[in-house]
Design a binder for this molecule. Structure first.
Ligand code: MG
Length: 359
């Protein structure tokens, strides 16, 4: 895209929103009842853009936190932050602004071909699975830990499990062989992120495909995983990969290698969810995305039209300019617990450094 179509960036505002979850979310790393979400808001030439950072308050799943991403964004003064989640958040806001100005949707920008996405609802340890499935989900992901029992099959529902790296290759063999007998779509990240050889060895004895998530922090990680034959599926999280450009490279690598892929979720608000759905519209994402309807997570969604499930277990990909969603300023203002405006080193030029490699 030509540089002269980009709006200038006059201000970058950061906010931390404290948003109540509909129900506490429990994983192998602990339980969350409310979530602090860092959002990035850019304004320039009368066009605004919004981005969301996937980092959590504490570093459990990933090293970045809301506080570290905030510091990284402030220190980088409009240039690309060092850490991937901070970088992805700024990229999202700048892309939203630029694409809004150009009248182009995020889906078209990335080359997405689908208008709706099959999605997976994820159950934490304490969730009532029947209640979660009630809106009509056809794909379910269950969090598992070393003490878990294999799930019962459910008619019409494809089941995945995600151990979030909590299993031990030597200790948890019995559980893994039990999980292999119940017809799962995949077993996600059984072992630690660096244990590629252990994942490869497991993949040789299980029928169920192994999916890697925490192991894939870059396109180079995907290459290493494929060379080690460590997985048959990759969970692509644009936030952890530093944005859409790297996410699209991993997508393309999966297609070239014949590895299945899905877009992962990170307890996003409607802002991050819109971006993830646009990415999931790419043809190489052959499995349902780990993205559910807004009501699964949030009491008050930050966008005017919450994402709702259609009659086929899918979410629509927004088709409007930019992310294709409108934020609710009343909800955002009420939820804001901290805000700052980043002084730009050279106002009007900072968006140039952030241009997505996908263009
Ligand atoms: Mg996962």
């Amino acid at each position: 895209m030509a540089a002269d179509t980009s709006p200038t960036v006059e201000a970058i505002e950061l906010r931390i929103l404290r948003l109540a979850l509909v129900r506490p979310f429990a994983t192998a790393h602990g339980t969350t009842a409310a979530r602090d979400v860092l959002v990035v808001h850019v304004v320039g030439d009368g066009v605004e853009g919004w981005g969301e950072c996937a980092a959590d308050t504490v570093a459990t799943y990933w090293r970045e936190t809301v506080a570290s991403a905030w510091a990284d964004l402030v220190a980088s003064a409009g240039r690309a932050p060092e850490q991937p989640m901070a970088r992805a958040a700024l990229e999202m806001a700048l892309l939203d602004q630029r694409l809004r100005a150009a009248g182009t949707s995020m889906r078209d920008h990335v080359g997405g071909t689908r208008t709706s996405i099959d999605v997976t609802v994820t159950a934490g340890f304490e969730d009532d699975v029947d209640e979660l499935l009630a809106p009509g989900y056809r794909s379910l992901k269950l969090k598992v830990a070393p003490t878990s029992r294999p799930p019962e099959p459910r008619h019409g529902v494809a089941i995945q499990v995600d151990a979030n790296a909590s299993l031990d290759p030597h200790v948890d063999r019995v559980l893994l062989s039990e999980l292999d007998r119940v017809g799962l779509v995949l077993i996600e990240q059984p072992f630690a992120a660096h244990e590629l050889a252990e994942h490869a060895a497991l993949g040789r004895v299980l029928r169920t495909p192994i999916c890697l998530d925490e192991s894939i922090g870059s396109d180079a990680d995907a290459l290493a995983a494929f060379e080690a034959a460590a997985c048959r599926v990759v969970c692509v999280k644009p936030s952890r990969l530093g944005g859409f450009g790297e996410a699209m490279r991993v997508h393309d690598r999966c297609v070239a290698a014949g590895v299945e892929a899905k877009v992962g979720g990170m307890l996003e608000t409607g802002i991050g969810r819109a971006a993830a759905l646009a990415l999931a519209a790419l043809p190489g994402f052959t499995l349902p995305a780990d993205l559910s309807a807004s009501e699964r997570y949030w009491r008050d969604e930050v966008i005017t039209e919450p994402f709702t499930l259609d009659g086929h277990g899918r979410l629509a990909v927004p088709s409007g300019p930019g992310l294709g969603v409108e934020v609710r300023r009343d909800v955002i203002d009420a939820a804001t617990i901290e805000r700052t405006t980043i002084p730009l080193e050279r106002p009007g030029t900072s968006s140039r450094a952030q241009r997505s490699p996908g263009t």
